[in-house]
Design a binder for this molecule. Structure first.
Ligand code: DQA
Length: 154
């Protein structure tokens, strides 16, 4: 069975206690549990990785790209946190492992927040984007990814 990779960037380990008015009370462990159940229902496994370090995220994307070619990783649901707005290196990493599909997720509606959150370096490389649905966005992204794969659009 191939798996989805749930990838989370800086500060998302603090979900549940970090600015709950913006990001909610759901913890990253809760998100992983919900995503594992959704992935299983869709016929996939789930792997999860969070890091506060850009290079570790890049390494994991490269690894996912190799494992996509081997049929082990079907796609990635990625919340890059603040690196969304700064990281050309993550943009290049996603571009470098195509056709691995990567769905960009943001818990908050970044477009309703500070201007510096309005630009994403990740979006042009993403296969899809889910923004502003709270932590439900992760499972919505998995659903969308599965549909794209089933339709041969990923
Ligand atoms: C975020 C939005 C980013 O601007 C912020 O830096 C985060 C979380 C979100 O999920 O809404 O860390 O990616």
């Amino acid at each position: 069975m191939s798996a989805f990779l749930l990838l989370n960037g800086p500060n998302l380990n603090l979900l549940g206690t970090r600015e709950p008015g913006v990001y909610g009370a759901t913890t990253l462990a809760d998100v992983e549990t919900q995503c594992r159940a959704t992935a299983q229902r869709l016929g996939f496994g789930l792997e999860s990785f969070q890091s506060n370090h850009e290079g570790a995220l890049i390494d994991r994307i490269h690894d996912a790209g190799r494992r996509h070619q081997a049929g082990e990783i079907a796609g990635v649901v990625f919340n890059p946190g603040a690196l969304t707005h700064t990281s050309i290196a993550l943009f290049d990493a996603i571009g470098g492992v195509k056709p691995l599909p990567v769905i960009e997720v943001h818990i908050s509606n970044v477009h309703a927040r500070e201007a510096f959150r309005h630009h994403s370096y990740i979006s042009p490389a993403a296969a899809g984007i889910v923004v502003g649905f709270g932590t439900d966005g992760y499972t919505l992204a998995l659903e969308g990814l599965a549909r794209k794969i089933a339709a041969g659009r990923a």
